[in-house]
Design a binder for this molecule. Structure first.
Ligand SMILES: Cc1cc2nc3c(=O)[nH]c(=O)nc-3n(C[C@H](O)[C@H](O)[C@H](O)COP(=O)(O)OP(=O)(O)OC[C@H]3O[C@@H](n4cnc5c(N)ncnc54)[C@H](O)[C@@H]3O)c2cc1C
Length: 233
């Protein structure tokens, strides 16, 4: 794996997905190639000597650019910096960083909240589209409102196409007559899954979900060393 090094890149595309999430596609300008593992992140220089971490949403097979997905609602220095970027702007970041990556357990459960889906998207694209990995893979993703939804069609299509992949979306504040899971994403995992020591569990998002889900899957028999976490805040 490539050691962390300093990169510069140019914003190629900036999409306002909805009021909460924004997507950035950044072409590398120096060096031109980034070798990374699905699940890793970059650390952007955001001015004033400060840095913030953002996971790579794109798959490692694309090594000349990175995609990131930012929750802009914290409105602190990091999310405001990324929100302000326009096509053509230059950014600098340190990469690749982090140890959140897929291991060799026989079944895989991914649980994400909000922008915690970002490294999970990279992992799932890598596993299904490129590695044709035959393991059973389940994704549970928790968002708040219908208005926050994005990439849902993308995962639904994977669910239809790949026999070994299932996708569950949970809304914590659903509209009336919402037909899918409602409440905390961990409650839906509890209701829909029976786990055992053959599962690897990958949790990404806020501390509350990670603590809650860790307790749940531990109780269900998943050994601690098979619970992998990336805490965003
Ligand atoms: C390894 C790693 C990878 C990360 N990857 C991503 C990513 O892919 N996309 C992404 O949007 N963020 C990601 N984050 C979070 C990101 O680094 C920043 O913490 C976040 O953007 C807030 O930074 P800020 O400077 O805007 O706000 P700050 O001033 O640092 O924080 C403001 C407040 O917002 C809270 N907060 C931080 N993040 C969120 C959030 N997402 N939702 C609600 N409240 C929040 C903080 O706890 C704090 O109370 C990642 C964090 C880590 C550690």
């Amino acid at each position: 794996m490539q050691k962390p090094q300093q990169f510069t890149g140019k914003v190629a595309e900036h999409i306002l997905i909805n009021n909460k999430f924004q997507y950035l596609h950044i072409e590398l300008t120096h060096p031109f190639r980034l070798e990374f593992e699905a699940g890793q992140y970059v650390s952007f220089a955001i001015g004033g000597g400060e840095r913030r971490s953002y996971s790579i949403a794109s798959e490692p097979q694309i090594d000349s650019s990175i995609e990131v997905c930012v929750d802009v609602t914290p409105e602190g220095k990091g999310s405001s910096f990324l929100k302000s970027l326009k096509p053509g702007d230059e950014v600098s970041f340190l990469a690749p960083l982090g140890k959140f990556k897929v291991e060799d357990e026989s079944k895989l459960l991914f649980v994400a909240t909000g922008s915690g889906i970002t490294p999970v998207r990279s992992m799932i694209l890598d596993l299904l589209e490129y590695k044709k990995d035959p393991r059973q893979i389940q994704l549970h993703w928790g968002l708040r409102h219908v208005d926050d939804m994005f990439w849902v069609e993308h995962f639904r299509k994977f669910h239809e196409y790949y026999d070994n992949f299932t996708f569950h979306l949970t809304l914590s504040q659903p509209p009336e007559h919402w037909p899918l899971c409602a409440g905390y994403v961990t409650d839906c995992v509890r209701d829909e899954l029976t786990l055992d020591s053959s599962w690897g569990v990958y949790l990404c998002g806020n501390k509350f979900m990670i603590d809650d889900a860790t307790k749940l899957v531990t109780k269900m028999g998943v050994p601690p060393e098979q619970i992998h976490t990336e805490k965003f805040f």
